[in-house]
Write a protein that binds this ligand. Structure first.
Ligand code: F0G
Length: 282
C-alpha cells in the first residue's frame, strides 16, 4: 500500500437551507473530514509517498498553514524529516500545533507567503530534498481525486463547482479531475479575496497566485470582500452544522454573489477547528 493516512472519500452533503438562501441546489464537499483537516492530504499522500519512494532525504514546503500541517503529518508517516517555511505571525494556531506535534522543523520568516515559497524552492535544491508545494505535479494529481469522487457521488458532474482561490493549485486539480472523469466540466467559480494581502481567511493570504495563468484561462474568477467571506463563514455552521475555516467559505460566498442556479457543489476546503482565534469574528 502507498503512503496513506486514510485521506479522501469525504462526504458530499446536500445543503437544503443554504439552497433556499442561494436559489440553487447546493451540495457541500466536506474536505475538513480529511486526516489533517484539509484537502491538502489528497495530494500530500502522493507527493510525499513518491518522494520517499525515490529515496529523497526529506521534504520542504512553504505554507499559509494547511500544506504545512499536511506535509508534516505525511512526512512523519513516511519516516522523513520535513522543513516548513511560513510567514511569521500569519498562520492559524491549530495548524502550527499540527506541524510541531508531527516533529517537523518550522522556519518562521519575516516576509510574505511569496518569500516563504522562494526560500522553500531554494532549500529543495539541496541534496535531493523534494518541494511538496503545488508546483510539484504529484500534488495536483493527488488532489484531482476530489473531482472524481463528486462525479461518482452525484452520478455525474454538477452544473457548477465553487471553491476558494489562493494559489490556484486546487482549481487546477479539479480541472484535471473532471477532465479525467470524462463526463464534462462544470462551470468553475474560483473565488478569491478582494483583500489578498490581509484577508481574515489566512489560508488564502497569497498575493501572487502561482497557477494564475491556468486558473484565468479555464475558470471564472469571482472576488469577494472579507465582509462577504465572514458573513457566509458564520452562516454555514448555523444553517448546515459544518464549521469550516474562514477561507473555506469563499466558494459559498462566491455563489451568493453570482447566483448561478442549477446544481452547485461548494468545496469546504478546511476544518474550522484549525483556526480557533477566528471565533472572535463570528
Ligand atoms: N482553502 C484552504 C483551507 C487552503 O489552505 C488553501 C491553500 C486554499 C483553500 C486555496 O487553495 O492555493 O490551491 O488555490 N492553502 C495553501 C497552504 C496555500 O499553504 O496551506 P489553492
Amino acid at each position: 500500500m502507498g503512503l496513506t493516512l486514510g485521506e479522501g472519500g469525504t462526504p458530499l452533503l446536500p445543503a437544503p437551507r443554504l439552497s433556499e438562501r442561494l436559489g440553487c441546489e447546493v451540495w457541500l464537499k466536506w474536505e475538513g473530514a480529511n486526516p489533517t483537516g484539509s484537502f491538502k492530504d489528497r495530494g500530500m499522500a502522493l507527493a510525499v509517498g513518491r518522494a520517499a519512494g525515490r529515496g529523497a532525504p526529506g521534504v520542504v514546503c512553504a505554507s499559509t498553514g494547511n500544506t504545512a500541517a499536511s506535509a508534516a503529518a505525511y512526512a512523519a508517516r513516511a519516516g522523513l524529516p520535513a522543513v516548513i517555511v511560513v510567514p511569521a505571525g500569519a498562520v492559524a494556531r491549530g495548524k502550527l500545533v499540527q506541524v510541531l506535534a508531527a516533529g517537523a522543523e518550522l522556519r518562521e520568516i519575516d516576509g510574505t507567503f511569496e518569500d516563504a515559497h522562494a526560500l522553500a524552492r531554494r532549500l529543495a535544491g539541496d541534496e535531493g530534498w523534494v518541494n511538496v508545494n503545488s508546483i510539484n505535479p504529484d500534488r495536483i494529481e493527488g488532489q484531482a481525486s476530489a473531482a472524481a469522487e463528486i462525479v461518482q457521488q452525484l452520478g455525474g458532474p454538477p452544473d457548477v463547482l465553487a471553491l476558494p482561490y489562493g494559489g490556484g493549485g486546487n482549481t487546477c486539480a479539479y480541472l484535471r479531475g473532471f477532465d479525467d472523469a470524462g463526463r464534462g466540466r462544470p462551470r468553475i467559480l474560483s473565488v478569491q479575496s478582494a483583500e489578498r494581502a490581509t484577508t481574515a481567511g489566512s489560508a488564502i493570504r497569497i498575493v501572487a497566485p502561482v497557477h494564475r495563468d491556468r486558473v484565468e484561462a479555464a475558470a471564472e474568477i469571482v472576488t469577494v470582500t472579507d465582509a462577504e467571506l465572514l458573513e457566509w463563514w458564520s452562516a454555514i455552521p448555523r444553517l448546515e452544522g459544518l464549521l469550516c475555516e474562514p477561507a473555506s467559505a469563499a466558494g459559498v460566498a462566491g455563489v451568493a454573489q453570482v447566483r448561478p442556479g442549477g446544481r452547485v457543489v461548494c468545496v469546504l476546503t478546511g476544518h474550522g477547528l484549525k483556526d480557533p482565534d477566528a471565533v472572535e469574528r463570528l
